[in-house]
Write a protein that binds this ligand. Structure first.
Ligand code: TSJ
Length: 647
């Protein structure tokens, strides 16, 4: 390497260190970019792009263009001020060259501009240069075009020189590089999706900056995509909730900063009708998977202000407890994005923001905003507070149920769930439990089953009153508690699938509107409190027959659907037979139930998918909800079903 600089007049002993610096990067690339596999390769792109983002955040650039060509050469271009070209005081060479040849030089230039991009890995352009086969830079400034080129890990091939002129209005920086395959031994091939997703994310996180992504490779992705979100993280939230039903129209948004610490905070949030929490936090445009002070501040403030408001409007009575964060996280989608001049990252993977002053700033910016927003938007506030109240009631009911179940955890002696007709086998993988609704059906099922491996739990009483039930009310039901005991695996956050006592949980209800309601309720309940059981495929719906075709005492066949009945009618041709329509499971005797619905050789079970359960959940919410119109429509749409089966 030394040879390349001999012919340059201005080199001093300091410059030897320059080259040693880049050599160090090549010796231990992992120290600078984490890995030299795929992630490290893509890291090079972000190191360069971050500089342009900084220029845009400083208010000088509006457009950043990223291009990947057929040979995996990456080019990044912005319309900022153009990198400084004058000689650098310390190194005696141009600032541009210094930026690319001095390790950690990146942040030290340009009069203390507020550098916020990067942060976690912001090691700078020199590292990219060190790990590139070649790198070129062009600067457009004052009507002139400057050019420099480096090769083989940062050796100067062409010092910065003026190579032409351009329009005075044409300003900016352009960097192109080819990653070095001596370093990236797994290859230097970029992944479209990785680049696409991150560029889009940066566009969401930095409102108003226009990103253009050119993919020049001859594959299905070839072409140009432009990202520019004037709404920033507000649009990020609506993007994340694209497939959800919003709980209200507005997306809440606030921003603010603290002058003394230079911390900036931006928060956007929305509620949807699901139960999942999607809250993502960022510091300096970098995702912080382990959260940290910004996320803590957000959660505490949301919990505190929602509770306070609930007390004001008396949804929480003076003697009642405040909401926990768990109560307000259901259906919450939020982005918490902070900018910090000196972020400290901690945790296992350095993905947790440690600066405690961030929490204070978040508390104040977000707290002030939220208080005011609730006063100005009482309808939205009411929806949030009511949802939290429901979640809290469900949580407290679940807690009570858990305690009462836990006390009887041990199946020995009198603690055995009284209505459970258990099976003999203890081998969960072959055991089945039928949750049976219907007054006489439980009896038939008990008599008809194979008690070696089939257990039966009859459900009676009025969990059935779905129309008025809140989901947590079903914890009051004695049979439900027995069911939880029978499963043996706990529920909610404490579920332990290893302890599940049956690998088939079969819901068996009458094929009428009531039965439909009960299976909806059961699926909703299982979805909300036993989700892993559905995800692992342990939950089924029994498919009892709708019709029996018979002649005198002789059963000819069973039909499980109307279509099947039509086919059967044709098959029978001239033969005379009678049709019995089953209105409920109770009409079948034990043998019939075994033949048609219980016998593994002959029955049909429908495995419940998570989508089925989500559908049930939304039907349930709709049936429970305050909105009359969709409920009316649902009942009308299902009137055909009701007419068929309820006669
Ligand atoms: F760092 C880099 F080489 F990787 C790089 C820097 C790559 C790319 C694509 C763009 C940039 C970059 C740097 N874009 N804009 C700037 N701006 C400056 O370096 C700059 C210009 C003027 C002044 C000033 O104070 O006049 C200050 C700065 C930091």
């Amino acid at each position: 390497m030394a040879e390349t600089k001999i012919n340059h007049d201005n080199y001093t002993s300091e410059d030897i260190q320059v080259l040693e610096g880049l050599e160090a990067v090549r010796k231990r690339p992992g120290m600078y970019i984490g890995t030299t596999s795929e992630a490290g390769l893509h890291h090079l792109v972000w190191e360069i792009v971050d500089n342009s983002v900084d220029e845009a955040l400083a208010g000088y650039a509006t457009h950043i263009e990223i291009t990947v060509d057929e040979n995996d050469v990456v080019s990044v271009k912005d319309d900022g001020r153009g990198m400084p070209i004058e000689k650098h005081k310390k190194t005696g060479i141009s600032t541009v060259e210094t930026i690319f040849t001095v390790l950690h030089a990146g942040g030290k230039f340009g009069g203390g501009a507020y550098k916020v991009a990067g942060g976690l890995h912001g090691v700078g352009a020199s590292v990219v240069n060190a790990l590139s086969k070649w790198l070129e830079v062009k600067v457009y400034r004052d009507g002139k075009i400057y050019f420099a080129r480096f090769k083989d890990g940062g050796q100067v091939e062409q010092h910065l020189k003026e190579i032409g002129t351009c329009d005075l209005s044409e300003r900016g920086s352009l960097v192109s590089f080819k990653a070095d395959d001596l370093i990236f031994k797994e290859g230097t091939v970029y992944k479209y999706k990785t680049l696409f997703d991150r560029i889009r994310q940066m566009a969401f996180l930095n409102k108003g900056i226009r990103f253009t992504f050119n993919w020049l490779k001859e594959d299905e992705h070839k072409g140009t995509t432009t990202f520019c979100y004037e709404g920033g993280i507000k649009e990020y939230v609506s993007f994340l909730d694209e497939t959800e039903r919003p709980a209200f129209e507005d997306i809440l948004y606030c921003d603010g900063s603290d002058n003394s610490t230079n911390i900036a905070v931006e928060i956007a949030l929305q509620y949807n009708t699901s139960y999942t929490e999607k809250v993502y936090s960022f510091c300096n445009n970098i995702f912080t998977p382990e959260g940290g002070m910004h996320l803590d501040g957000f959660r505490n403030t949301l919990r505190r202000i929602v509770s306070q408001y609930a007390k004001n409007i008396k949804v929480i009575k003076p003697e009642e407890p405040e909401f926990s964060y768990d109560d307000i996280k259901e259906g919450l989608t939020a982005i918490v994005s902070v900018k910090h001049p000196d972020p400290q990252y901690e945790g296992q993977t350095k993905g947790k923001l440690g600066n405690s002053e961030v929490k204070t700033v978040v508390n104040s910016v977000f707290g002030d905003y939220l208080k005011r927003y609730f006063l100005e938007n009482p309808d939205v506030a009411k929806i949030i507070v009511d949802n939290a109240k429901n979640a809290q009631e469900a949580r407290l009911a679940a807690q009570k149920a858990r305690e009462s179940v836990r006390r009887k955890d041990d199946f020995g002696g009198s603690n055995f769930p009284t209505k459970l007709k258990d099976c003999a086998s203890r081998d969960a993988s072959i055991c089945e439990i039928y949750i049976v609704e219907g007054n006489s059906a439980g009896g038939s099922a008990e008599d008809g089953r194979d008690s070696n491996f089939q257990a039966v739990l009859p459900l009676r009483g009025k969990i059935l009153n779905v129309e008025k039930a809140r989901i947590h009310k079903i914890f009051d039901n004695a049979e439900i508690k027995m069911m939880i005991q029978a499963f043996g695996c706990g529920f909610g956050d404490e579920i332990d699938i290893e302890k599940l006592r049956y690998h088939k949980i079969v819901i068996m209800t009458d094929a009428d509107v009531d039965g439909q309601h009960i299976s909806t309720l059961m699926l909703t309940f299982l979805y909300r409190f036993f989700k892993p059981l559905i995800e692992e495929g342990y939950v089924y719906l029994a498919m009892p027959p709708l019709y029996k075709l018979y002649k005198g005492q002789k059963t000819l066949r069973y039909c499980y659907t109307d279509e099947e009945l039509e086919l059967a009618k044709r098959d029978f041709g001239d033969e005379k037979y009678d049709i019995q329509r089953y209105k409920g499971l109770g009409e079948m005797d034990a043998d019939q139930l075994w033949e048609t619905t219980l016998d593994p050789e002959r029955r049909t079970l429908k495995r419940v998918t998570i989508e089925d359960a989500i559908d049930a959940d939304s039907v349930f919410s709709m049936l429970m909800g305050d909105e009359v119109e969709p409920r009316k429509n649902f009942i009308i749409e299902n009137a055909h079903f009701a007419k068929n089966l309820d006669i």
